[in-house]
Write a protein that binds this ligand. Structure first.
Ligand SMILES: O=C[C@H](O)COP(=O)(O)O
Length: 252
């Protein structure tokens, strides 16, 4: 049985007190989580320790960073290393979000280095992939996503895949209110799983958690999560509203 995850990516939102309030509202929402469901919260860097201190006493809740440096340590002003994140108890690191790829020029090669550093420091990576609108319109999304996986993940040995979560986020659905249909999500998730099975083996592919991201809301999460290969979601906007995030976490 593979793990199901609902992860909230706050992006660059909220002050510390607003974030604390949101975390307390989430843990007090009375969520009934099955043993195979994890709730992950990814606040901005300055709030990670506070988030850890609030969530660590709640079974099934974990903390994620939204990014990390591609170098181990040294003269890289403004960067935050994987080792630093590990040292404050971070569990997961989101890597390769399309906003990082687009605004901060993160290439597949840079992301491969980040993946290695996250895993070397004993954390799990939530690796984001997904195509822009023009690629979807040209119906070449499978090739596009396959290249992202090939160049950033498929250098890993099979056993390392236990620490990888893949988040499929079609860029045209992020923050736009346009959600991929359940069929579009299922088709891509099945394709991703098949790529992993081809590169590694069927068992490794079946164990892999694959999340959907892009305008997921309480209203559409049940249909998306009911798809065979959709194991949860990476939630942006709706993760900033405790009752919406809690509802999505109960949508399996
Ligand atoms: O990381 C989350 C995704 O970018 C989805 O964001 P969204 O739910 O606001 O569309």
């Amino acid at each position: 049985m593979r793990k199901k995850i609902v992860a909230g990516n706050w992006k660059m939102n909220l002050t510390l007190s607003q974030g604390e309030q949101l975390l307390n509202d989430i843990v007090n929402a009375g969520l009934k989580l099955e043993d195979d469901v994890a709730v992950v919260v990814a606040p901005p860097f300055p709030y990670l320790q506070k988030a850890k201190s609030i969530l660590q006493h709640n079974p099934g809740f974990f903390v994620a960073a939204q990014n990390c440096a591609s170098e181990k340590s040294g003269a890289y002003t403004g960067e935050v290393s994987a080792e630093m994140l590990k040292s404050i108890g971070v569990d997961y690191v989101i890597l390769g979000h399309s906003e990082r790829r687009e605004y901060f020029n993160e290439s597949n090669e840079i992301l491969a280095k980040k993946v290695d550093l996250v895993l070397a420091n004993g954390m799990k990576a939530i690796f984001c992939c997904g195509e822009p609108l023009a690629v979807r319109q040209a119906e070449t999304q499978n090739e596009y996503v396959a290249k992202q996986l090939e160049e950033s993940l498929f250098h890993l040995p099979a056993e390392a895949l236990k620490d990888i979560v893949i988040a499929y986020e079609p860029i045209w659905a992020i923050g736009t209110g346009l959600t991929a249909s359940a069929q579009q999500a299922q088709d891509m998730h099945a394709f991703i799983r098949a790529q992993v099975a081809k590169k590694y083996d069927r068992e490794t592919a079946l164990r892999l958690t694959i999340l959907y991201g892009g305008s997921a809301k309480p209203g559409n999460a049940p249909e998306l999560f009911a798809c065979e290969d959709v194991d949860g979601g990476l939630i942006g906007g709706a993760s900033l509203v405790a009752k919406d995030f809690a509802a999505i976490a109960q949508s399996f």
